[in-house]
Design a protein around this ligand. Structure first.
Ligand SMILES: [Fe+2]
Length: 345
């Protein structure tokens, strides 16, 4: 590969003359923006143990009232991007959010898409565009772009959930903003009931729903049961994995990030090929090892880790007796829509 001219090879007065006119020579930076064979990856494999996060998050509950936080969140920031950037990968933001009994996180809507993966506690709910979604461990609740959402808590113990947003991407696009609103009127609709049976969709007088997001809550009890059925039905299936999908279209549940549930059979090791999107793993139940190149993390329940794109990941169930259940988020819909999606091996 030909070595290209450097900035310091140019006369200083020439570079200064360019800069004075808001001009920059490309060739000294060309290999940086178009590196050979593989992108430069800032996303670093990173592990955030819940045992570390939990006491610090509860401390935030003592230090900062909800009125002063609006959303009481500790961001899981990737050091490879710099902590102040508050991003887990190029397109993904992760946060652990705490809501205490009686608290209310007021209604707003915004351009970035979010989902909530409930980590612990009972009695909290999210109202999304009028649909009241109860929050139980492992439930996935969508708050897609533009939809009103607020969070409340009628229980008597702290509730914690993992937020996954495409905020870094939307912010980068200079398209990130929010609008505040008042309390939402609760409507009777429940998408998880309307779409409770696979392959059967509501069709009033032959009309299909025109909602962009017809299902907002994906109960963990249903996802877990579906994984166990799949594992029992197909004992030779290598990866017992489900995609959280829009039940009307079969497409990913949201436009930019993809969400999945994965079951590792007792003792199973599963190699995921190197694919262009970065990935996030959150352990819902059991125990799992995650190998990303020369780094190995041991995930306990409620632990979260991330892996950069273009990197193979090996998952292992650390128990030989019980299955392990993981929630995965990645950037597949985004890469696919942009035409940059790749599987390397
Ligand atoms: Fe929000």
């Amino acid at each position: 590969m030909t070595e290209l001219g450097r900035l310091e090879d140019l006369p200083a007065d020439y570079v200064a003359a360019l800069r004075a006119q808001n001009l920059v020579p490309l060739w000294p930076s060309l290999r940086g923006v178009l590196p050979p064979g593989k992108p430069i990856l800032n996303t670093r494999a990173t592990h955030w143990p819940y045992a570390v996060i939990r006491p610090l998050l509860l401390k935030a509950g003592e230090l900062t009232p909800i009125e002063k936080a609006e959303r009481r969140v500790l961001v899981l920031a990737n050091p490879g991007h710099g902590l102040d950037k508050m991003q887990a990968s190029a397109a993904m933001y992760l946060g652990m959010q705490l809501l205490l009994p009686g608290e209310w996180a007021p209604s707003h809507r915004h351009t970035p898409n979010a989902v909530r993966m409930v980590v612990e506690g009972e009695g909290a709910w999210s109202t999304v565009e009028g649909e009241k979604c109860m929050m139980r461990r492992g439930d996935l609740i969508l708050t897609p772009t533009g939809l009103w959402h607020e969070h409340g808590h009628d229980g008597n113990e702290p509730v914690v959930w993992l937020d996954v947003l495409d905020l870094p991407l939307v912010y980068y696009l200079e398209a990130s903003y929010h609008i505040d609103g008042g309390r939402q009127k609760v409507l009777p609709a429940h998408g998880e009931r309307a779409y409770a049976r696979g392959g059967l969709v509501p069709t009033p007088v032959f009309e299909r729903s025109r909602k962009a997001y017809p299902m907002l809550r994906y109960p963990w009890a249903d996802a877990r049961a579906a994984l166990e059925s799949l594992a029992a039905d197909q004992p030779d299936l290598q990866a017992v994995q489900l995609t959280y999908a829009n039940p009307e279209t079969g497409a990913h549940a949201e436009n930019i990030l993809g969400f999945y549930a994965l079951m590792l059979r007792p003792g199973q090791t599963l190699r995921l090929p190197a694919r262009s999107p970065a990935m996030v793993f959150h352990l819902i139940e059991g125990g799992a090892g995650v190998q990303v190149e020369d780094q190995r993390f041991t995930l306990a329940e409620a632990d979260t880790c991330c892996a950069p794109g273009y990197t193979a990941v090996t998952l292992a169930n650390t128990s030989t007796k019980a299955p392990a259940f993981l929630f995965i988020a990645d950037e597949t819909p985004l890469h696919t829509k942009l035409g940059v999606f790749e599987v390397r091996d």
